[in-house]
Design a protein around this ligand. Structure first.
Ligand SMILES: Cc1cc2nc3c(=O)[nH]c(=O)nc-3n(C[C@H](O)[C@H](O)[C@H](O)COP(=O)(O)OP(=O)(O)OC[C@H]3O[C@@H](n4cnc5c(N)ncnc54)[C@H](O)[C@@H]3O)c2cc1C
Length: 275
């Protein structure tokens, strides 16, 4: 059985815990902190891991006999050699109170199965896809935005990201800004991706919940686009329960139908966290 070293609570003495069976042990390659609530990190990718862009995996730390695992959307695309994650820091969170301290060279453990509903195969093809996110709910879209299949299936991608503060929008802004210079998918994405940001607490150029912005039609006038229409559009939703409920109701009122792998349709939903 493999073992790995982890720091004890005081961060002093390395402790040895066995890596549970059927779990990948991967190495942290980079860590970037955005705010006191958000950070991203990349780890090595197990050679045998196969996943669809937009899916989530269960990750944990080798810091206990029975480690805690939590669901995490993979933020990198399915073709990437590494795995990227975009994470919350919950001060007393069983996982993230420790996960937020990881450094390059540390070990992150991961269950071997991926799953999730935010996958291209659960949608029928269309002209535009709207990816609606709040907070860390942007993570599965960070994966899909870098997947060539997204651009095979849709002509235009409109990503909305709403957070409390401006600084929390940085991850998504950097992601979209980097798309066009990406050597692998830059040519595909040129002029086809629109980012629409708003904040709910801090003053910014655009404030408000996405449902309010769509409901008042400000969303459409800001972007100069036609209204959501199930004939031409698909919707993918990931965020807080409150946001999911509101956007789902809005989508259904416009005639969109929830899709799945067995019955692809016109919208898909996944929560970004429980609670
Ligand atoms: C399908 C799915 C995918 C997920 N993907 C991600 C992801 O990509 N990135 C990520 O950071 N988390 C993600 N989560 C949440 C994640 O599983 C954990 O809840 C989170 O890492 C906190 O773990 P914890 O043990 O520290 O605290 P927990 O005990 O899990 O959570 C404590 C409380 O913190 C709040 N909280 C938890 N996660 C978040 C969050 N992401 N944003 C805002 N508030 C939160 C909730 O109020 C929760 O009750 C996902 C959850 C699900 C169900």
């Amino acid at each position: 059985m493999n073992t790995t070293s982890a720091l004890n609570a005081a961060g002093a003495k390395p402790l040895q815990f066995p890596i549970p069976a059927n779990v990948y042990a991967e190495t942290v390659v980079s860590v970037k902190h955005y705010t006191d609530r958000l950070f991203s990190f990349r780890i090595t990718r197990p050679q045998s891991l196969r996943f669809r862009s937009g899916e989530f995996v269960m990750i944990g730390l080798p810091n206990a006999e029975k480690p805690i695992f939590r669901a995490y959307s993979v933020a990198s695309p399915a073709w990437d050699d590494e795995l990227e994650f975009f994470s919350i820091k919950v001060p007393d969170g069983p996982l993230t109170s420790e996960l937020q301290k990881i450094q390059v060279g540390d070990t992150v453990i991961m269950r071997q199965k991926s799953t999730g509903t935010l996958v291209l195969d659960a949608l029928t093809p269309a002209k535009r896809v709207f990816m609606i996110s709040t907070g860390t709910g942007i993570a599965p879209f960070a994966s899909l935005l870098r997947d060539p299949d997204t651009y095979e299936k849709f002509d235009q991608v409109i990503l909305t990201h709403t957070c409390r503060d401006n600084a929390e929008l940085t991850y998504g802004q950097e992601l979209v800004a980097a798309l066009e210079s990406d050597p692998l998918i830059g040519e595909l994405t040129g002029g086809r991706v629109t980012l629409y940001n708003s904040t709910t607490r801090e003053d910014s150029a655009r404030m408000g919940r996405i449902t309010a912005l769509i409901g008042s039609s400000k969303f459409y006038t800001d972007l100069g686009i036609d209204k959501l229409n199930p004939e031409t559009d698909r919707i993918m939703i990931c965020g807080s329960m409150h946001m999911l409920k509101d956007v789902k109701e809005l989508a259904e009122s416009l005639g969109f139908q929830e899709g799945s792998l067995s019955h692809p349709a016109t919208f898909v939903v996944e929560r970004a966290f429980v609670g």
